[in-house]
Design a protein around this ligand. Structure first.
Ligand code: SN0
Length: 315
């Protein structure tokens, strides 16, 4: 594995999921990454991704450096050819080039601006990291994708042991405008597994077709929940009316009544979750969200392990 930006870097998804589950038997293998350093660069907040990737690196014997670029670095200029006589102090090109020289792997988190759809869906910032980094780049969530979360979700679903589970991916309410990344990525990954997926969202919240191709979309949330083994909840803002939050009819908050339509379905969410907005306390407290969060560690570890192996093989 030379980088980890999307499902296209995962190779055989089912095999990667199995390898990750198998890795749980020997989590601590410090000889694999000894003498190697990972740099974790954050342009946005993070709790699970930051700590689980850090822990995964420690399990592999790596050293870890964390850089909160927005708070602790210079103001970054992202525009090519910019005349930098204003507020920005360092060009992304120079920052990435330099940071990558101190590391063997560079992880980066960068959310979308949710103002300019073309810019976000071009993945300009992640592409700059890949282009200017001297070492492999791992996405810690980019403008449109969150592959470490999705890999982990595939692990959690596989571990349930349910053959060809029915998964209802559901939009849920939120007070802010949020990225489409987690849902885009989940849909991208789940297509490589044995599952029956239905997507439910209010009108106006259609995702980019590339991600929903071949997946039934049901605008009636109750109908979508019927017989589901898993409910995967997430809010996202509109793709068509980019970065907006069109009004929604009805109450999409996931509660016990909705969950009772499922096949004893398990509730999943990537966290952080707005309690009693996205889902009720009772739904969250009876869910598998902490199992998902715990699995973030093994998901990150299999990715770092595979990248370390490909670095060692090319030496
Ligand atoms: C991010 C998102 O992509 O939706 C990260 C999820 C892993 N979530 C948020 O930004 C939530 C922020 C909030 O105000 O609740």
């Amino acid at each position: 594995m030379k980088k980890f930006i999307s499902v296209d870097d995962a190779g055989d998804v089912k095999a990667l999921v199995d390898e990750a589950i198998n890795l749980k038997k020997t989590v601590y293998t410090p000889e694999l990454g000894r003498g190697k350093t990972i740099g974790l660069v954050f342009l946005n907040p993070s709790l699970r991704t930051r700590l689980s990737t850090h822990r995964a690196a420690l399990n592999l014997g790596m050293d870890v450096m964390v850089m909160n670029l927005n708070n602790d670095g210079w103001n970054i200029e992202f525009q090519d050819g910019a005349v930098m006589d204003g507020g920005s102090q360092e060009h992304i090109k120079d920052a990435v080039k330099v940071m990558s020289q101190y590391c063997d792997i560079l992880g980066v988190r960068s959310f979308p601006g949710l103002k300019n759809r073309e810019e976000d869906y071009n993945e300009n910032i992640m592409s700059d990291f890949v282009k200017y980094s001297d070492v492999p780049v791992v996405s810690l969530e980019s403008a449109t994708l969150h592959p470490l979360q999705s890999l982990t979700d595939m692990i959690t679903i596989k571990e349930s042991g349910i053959k060809r589970p029915k998964i209802a991916v559901s939009w849920a309410p939120h007070p802010r405008v949020l990225p489409q990344a987690v849902t885009n990525s989940f849909l991208q990954w789940v297509k490589h597994t044995d599952a029956e997926v239905v997507l439910t969202h209010p009108k106006g919240y259609e995702l980019k077709e590339e991600f929903t191709n071949g997946i039934p979309i049901i605008n009636n949330q109750q109908e979508a929940f019927e017989g589901a083994d898993f409910v995967y909840a997430k809010n996202w803002s509109s793709y068509a009316h980019y970065g907006e939050k069109p009004d929604v009819e009805g109450n999409w908050t996931i509660d016990d009544k909705l969950m009772s339509l499922t096949n004893n379905g398990k509730f999943m969410h990537c966290l952080p979750i707005r309690r009693n907005v996205v889902a009720t306390d009772s739904v969250i407290d009876n869910s598998i969200v902490y199992k998902q969060a715990k699995n973030r560690e093994i998901g990150a570890q299999i990715v770092l392990k595979k990248i370390i192996q490909s670095i060692d093989n090319s030496l």
